[in-house]
Design a protein around this ligand. Sequence first.
Ligand code: ADP
Ligand code: MG
Length: 289
Amino acid sequence: MTDEALPFETTLGPTGRPLPSIPEPEPVTSHGPARVVALCNQKGGVGKTTTTISLGAALVEYGRKVLLIDLDPQGSLSVGVGLDPNEIEVSTYDLLMAADVTWKDIVRPTGIEGMDVLPAVIDLAGAEIQLVSEVGREQVLKDKLADALPFYDVILIDCQPSLGLLTVNALTASDSVIVPLESEYFALRGVALLTDTIERVRKRLNPRLVVDGFLGTMFDGRTLHSREVMATLVQAWGETVFHTVIRRTVKFADATVAGEPITEFASDSAGADSYRQLAREVLARWRAA
Ligand code: ADP
Ligand code: MG
């Protein structure tokens, strides 16, 4: 079945609900303190890293100062903003493991003015094990970020595909969570485990933690399947599901290879516009919160 065959095509958005008008964000006149947001899903390949980079760049277009944090030992975020892993000498591994290393020691500019990054390299895989014996092991990132909050409006943490100690550190340091999900049936399976983990962190470690929203990624508008998955998500999670969905396009892979956000690499593309819409939608939600 194709889009054309769907009777509600013109009135309802891709999530099966009427599309609300999403307001233009208010301009900012001063910066900070930052809202800290974890991009989290224990499944790999669902668009966490792509969303971290693209949403960050779109928020910069709306005048926000943004810090990206690579908390995945794969370092895809760092490569995706154009860094060469061989040239990264200090990274989030050092931030977490060495008491005297601060965020300022490891922060790097990206190609986007107004967007900085705390990069990761493969060493970070060891931090998960080494942190286990630390006192206050879940709070290390939160403590290290305290000094960075006044410098940024938004801090986005790209989590690794697991619910281990690094992800728990991200959730403990965050005000909220964005959950990217591939628009496929099997994508819904792990969500309960993820929301349980978020719930446990909220109860034991971080009472202010909320879920900003579930984001459908790799949406294929030509298939009924993608729409049905989004409808199932909306049934389960209601208004927590973002109205914005990100369509499947090869432009994202091309942007990664170029080391640029989609908003730079293909500024006029539908993918870039989707992330701009997501930026407006999250800013509206944060304002209402
Ligand atoms: P994660 O961080 O969850 O593992 P990534 O953001 O790295 O996921 O995305 C996995 C792969 O899918 C990457 O090659 C990326 O370029 C590609 N990708 C991400 N979003 C899309 C999309 N909307 N359409 C097509 N490919 C995408
Ligand atoms: Mg990733």
